[in-house]
Design a protein around this ligand. Sequence first.
Ligand code: SF4
Length: 244
Amino acid sequence: MLASALPFDARQRSQDAERLVMKREERLYSKFRAAPYYGGIATADAVGCSFLCAYCWNYRRNEDPARGGEFFSPQDVADRLLAIARRRSLTRFRVTGSEPILGDASFDHLLKVMGLVLDEEPRSSFILETNGLMLGAHQDWARRLTRPRVLVRVAVKGADPESFEKITGARAEFFRYPVLALRSLEEAGVKAWPALMGDFFSPAQVQELEKTLRDEGIRSELELETLERYPAVLENLKRRGISF
Ligand code: SF4
């Protein structure tokens, strides 16, 4: 079980989560499936995150990664994703439900999965959904993602440090990390863009975030996501005192 007191040190939580969800080069996953997002995408649901977002649909597993799942090697993950893609004629791939990059071991695992899938399916693309924490903490890591057909969507989570802390449970100072991640990805020539769960923010807050991103030299457009209102998500939001 990860420490439950909020707000927490997100880098420490990332390290602690990586210890629980990585076993040598294998990572803990809960399932593999085809999902309707991005026009259809072969999806691996992994476990373990550096944040504990109040609206996370995988909240319980990310709170306590030991709740279940199975460890898979990069080759096992790639084989399962490729089988789903071939069965459903899909050309996009992703890992979701977690933070794919918690530290060195999980990043290596992810890069291997990406490489295996993209080498096998030359028309495909891999969409890396990340909260940007570790890419912001290690800005030289962006270069490892410079390969064709890798697209990176960075969830920035808050419009400012205060809203970031409320949503993610991580201390406000970590608001800056996803922004740094976006900047280093752009500098490395990786196709990347920021995303924000629009339901929780006023138009003025969205504009404030857009200005922050512009001031940091980030040119890509902000994507506004819409919350999936699953009953467990609404319950957690209430428990965390977040209304919208
Ligand atoms: S960053 Fe994503 S996976 Fe992690 S807690 Fe937040 S919503 Fe869940």
